[in-house]
Design a protein around this ligand. Sequence first.
Ligand code: PEP
Ligand code: MG
Length: 544
Amino acid sequence: MILVEGKSVYGDICIGKLHVFQIKKNIIKKYKLENTAQELERFEAAKTQAVGELEGLYDKALSEVGEANAAIFEVHEMLLEDPDYLESIQNIITVNQLNAEYAIGVTADNFAEMFAAMDDEYMRGRAADIKDVSERLLHILEGGSGNEKILSESSIILADDLTPSETIQLDKSKVLGFIMRRGSANSHTAILARSMGIPAIVNTGIDLKEEYNGKLAVLDGFDGKAYIDPEADLLEQMRERQKESIARKEMLKSLKGKENVTLDGRKIKVFANIGNLSDLALAMENDAGGIGLFRSEFLYLENNDYPTEEQQFKVYKQVAENMAGREVVIRTLDIGADKQADYFKLDKEENPALGYRAIRICLTQTDIFKTQLRALYRASMYGNIAIMYPMVISMEEVRQIKKLVQEVKAELEQEGIPFKADVSSGIMIETPAAALISEELAKEVDFFSVGTNDLTQYTLAIDRQNPKLDSFYNPHHKAVLKLIRMAAESIHAEGKWIGICGELGADTELTEEFLLMGIDELSVSPSMVLDVRNHIRGLDLSII
Ligand code: PEP
Ligand code: MG
């Protein structure tokens, strides 16, 4: 039996055969050519096939996970057409008279290294993409297809760190879990695992040995462990725990359609956080009462240029329509700090978390902000949309937001474009400043939502991204809870509502305390909705 330990991304248990996604290393042959023209043709043909495959994947992703997620394949197509990338490959073939495989391999390594060394986080992320498209070309030159990661049976994926296109190619119904050699809690795989609710551990450092293929393994996402070739009694023990987990899930399913109500009759809204249309499907499947946080910046992050008004309008409209009258809180662009898109061309900063981000960008690059506001107001005609502003710290900012909103409404009216005049507006409480002046802010907007991820970071002065500080980052800290309680009191005094949309909203150790504070809504990851509902239904606030 081999024990594998890592960081848990989603707690659940699965048992199944391993499917190893091998990293293909050093198998690229290098040889001299006579006929370089013929080799160039070979390369061109492979490129054409790769573009065709990517177009197919784009269409598949478009229908399965929506435009924003499909955009990654357009990025790959663009990389394949990148003049510098092509020139490098063509030069190695013609000038050095070397074979296409070698030319692609060297170019991919050079470009990936160059991207990986960039300051811009988004560009660093492109290193994986350049390797991804290059690998596709190599597979095609080998006589295969770039789409080779097909699962024949339900499996636990054992991989280094999946690229976006590998993730999308997976038949999700056959993925039992993920064991990743590298990867962070914010990697594509982690996000996917969490929203799909399947067990996953990352950063295990495991060797991806071919011999693991087909071996039986147990993945215990609760404890961040996996066992390859488990011993009989451990297997038995895990089967028992898995049965309990399945029974619990079944029990949770039976809560669909039920109210989020305590034993003594206190009700609270339980909504879902989403970043794209596939999350929306999960939110609906898990019976979320509404969307408490649509992180609209994912539309920007998954695009290689500013999403147009029309592109945004379509997505917002689709979410509003699907939620059929239930509340959909869409947060305006929260880019900057840990969320970078290269086309914003943001300067490198000493302290990005304290820097040019979110509403600060929107209030200084008003054209970007107004495009989003136009899309949101237009989409408001199709459902129950509310708009929420991130990282607000002052009344002055609220006044500026309102002025821009007025301008957008006036423009739409002048153009004869319909919109709802009374769209609710809200503010995120992500800084001590916002909590401390919530009494004043509450006079200006309709609702609030506490972003506990950032509120913890800014209250405790601890970078939420720094894994070294994990043991210090304590969202249960008295100071954080005191700020939430204070905000709840002043917001309620103005007759407005307050929710929690940071990760703490799903922390059932605090649900009771939040209910006692009078929190009106908890917005959580789709896979946590029924869990939180279950917890609420077991509470009795009258006996405290
Ligand atoms: C938060 O800060 O808690 C929040 C919900 O926003 P994000 O995690 O997207 O910064
Ligand atoms: Mg935040």
